[in-house]
Design a binder for this molecule. Structure first.
Ligand code: GDP
Ligand code: IMO
Ligand code: MG
Length: 427
């Protein structure tokens, strides 16, 4: 059976966690394929909010297996925190949570290196979540990393020490003011490692192969968004993994010809947290309204998210790079009450009008060209059927479908599981 993918098409926080949770009832296995605790995936049901960072968003469903794939980087301390929260909710994760032996481990010194690197960059900082993501993936590609499977080897602590010592000398090299007590951090880290070791480690690519053979349905859950992809994002203001569809192949060991549906999630507007270019960013009342109504604060860091109009040039690019087959539009409810809505359809780039995402989208090179739409005043949050959606919203959706040439099959009208409208597929 083919593996379906679900991924973000913008700069992250599109609402991936919510939709994975909604779709989990259709799947046997939910598998995270990249990123780490830089992610914050929010789920809301039964009046309660849950935020997951590393654990797949299918964990609240009794009959789903949740796999942390080889492409993910795991911070044992944050992972343990997530497990503790699940325990408080009486979630029996022991039988449903599996971890790939090939996933890499974030060490306390990776986090310190992240902080040192950002501090040394000054104004040019990436705006990293400081979870040690960049340094851990650097050790992975540099062939120095420590993997989950290494925890089963007798000499892993020796390897840990060697790597942590090397990191300490690298921190000193940055020559920035970073205070830390490694002994304390290590105490917490090793305690969390013991908890991690009580979970089930597997050869996940073999597991997925056998699951496919046994006709199990699998949904691969992405983290971050396509514009944060290490290759296709707004480099260097990106994360350190492939957040796009290809990342699911390498992050789980699934061959490209085994991919089925590719669900692309986007907000009805755009947000970004951290540094980097954002052509449709708003600095006016409209942007503030989106931030306030949409409660646009990072689920991991609490930082306010920058807000702006929907950017179709960037969205088209993301759809192509991922081979998106179905779109899901989130947070349409946040746009209720705007008299006029704008969608960026082209850029003015170095004096010319262009329709593709160029190499450089810094403000000095790019100016968005907008198409305007009438807004709607209806509150969408109580709606449950596509027939209830206001005419102006349907016109907005029709325009996007026509431009993107992909059906929008879900419209989300609030954070809760129930606030999800399934539209008829038009293909
Ligand atoms: P993720 O990282 O893609 O899983 O997204 P986040 O959880 O970081 O951010 C999405 C935020 O929007 C969360 O606070 C969700 O609870 C919320 N959310 C998701 N869908 C909707 C929606 O349709 N409407 C509104 N108002 N909020 C939503
Ligand atoms: P989810 O999965 C939004 C951003 C950071 C920063 C840049 C690099 O919740 O959508 P990193 O910590 O990876 O070195 O940060 O990427 N970033 C995210 N922004 N959502 C995320 O994840 C993000 N993960 C990283 O803000 O700009
Ligand atoms: Mg998030």
């Amino acid at each position: 059976m083919a593996v379906d993918l679900l991924l973000g098409l913008q700069w992250g926080d599109e609402g991936k966690g919510k939709i994975v949770d909604v779709l989990t009832s259709n799947y046997n296995i939910i598998a995270r394929f990249q990123g780490g605790p830089n992610a914050g995936h929010t789920l809301v049901f039964n009046g309660k909010k849950h935020v997951l960072h590393t654990i797949p968003s299918g964990i609240f469903h009794d009959d789903a297996t949740n796999l942390v794939g080889n492409g993910v980087v795991i911070d044992p301390v944050i992972f343990k925190g997530e497990l503790d929260k699940l325990e408080e909710q009486n979630i029996d994760y022991r039988k449903s949570l599996l971890i790939s032996r090939k996933a890499h481990i974030i060490l306390p010194t990776h986090r310190l290196l992240d902080a040192a690197s950002e501090a040394s960059k000054g104004k040019a900082k990436i705006g990293s979540t400081l979870k040690g993501i960049g340094p851990t993936y650097m050790d992975k590609t540099g062939r120095n990393g420590i993997r989950i499977g290494d925890l089963e080897l007798s000499d892993w602590k020796e390897r840990y020490r060697n790597l942590a010592d090397k990191h300490e000398s690298m921190i000193a090299y940055y020559n920035v003011d970073i205070e830390y007590n490694l002994k304390e951090l290590e105490e917490e880290f090793f305690k969390a490692i013991d908890v991690l070791k009580s979970l089930t480690f597997i050869d996940s690519e073999e597991y997925i192969y056998q699951a496919q053979k046994a006709e199990k349905s699998i949904l691969a859950e992405g983290a971050q968004g396509s514009l944060l992809d290490i290759d296709f994002g707004t480099y260097p203001f990106v994360t350190s993994s492939n957040t796009t569809a290809a990342g699911a192949c390498t992050g789980l060991g699934v061959a490209p010809n085994q991919i089925g549906e590719v669900f692309g999630i986007f907000k009805a507007y755009t947000t970004r947290v951290g540094s980097g270019p954002f052509p449709t960013e708003l600095f006016d009342e409209d942007g503030k309204t989106m931030g306030r109504v949409g409660n646009e604060f990072g689920a991991t860091t609490g930082r306010p998210r920058r807000c702006g109009w929907l950017d179709l040039v960037a969205l088209k690019y993301a759809c192509r790079v991922n081979g998106v087959t179905q779109l899901m539009m989130m947070k349409g409810d946040v746009l209720s009450g705007f008299k006029t809505l704008k969608v960026c359809t082209q850029y003015k780039y170095k004096g010319k009008t262009i329709s593709h995402l160029p190499y450089n989208i810094e403000p000095e090179n790019v100016e968005p060209i907008y198409t305007e739409f009438s807004g709607w005043n209806e509150d969408l949050t109580e709606m449950s059927d596509a027939s209830e959606l206001p005419k102006a919203l349907n016109e907005y959706i029709d325009f996007l479908e026509k431009e993107l040439e992909i059906p929008i099959t879900i419209v989300s009208v609030g954070p809760d599981r129930k606030q999800t409208i399934f539209r008829q597929q038009f293909v």
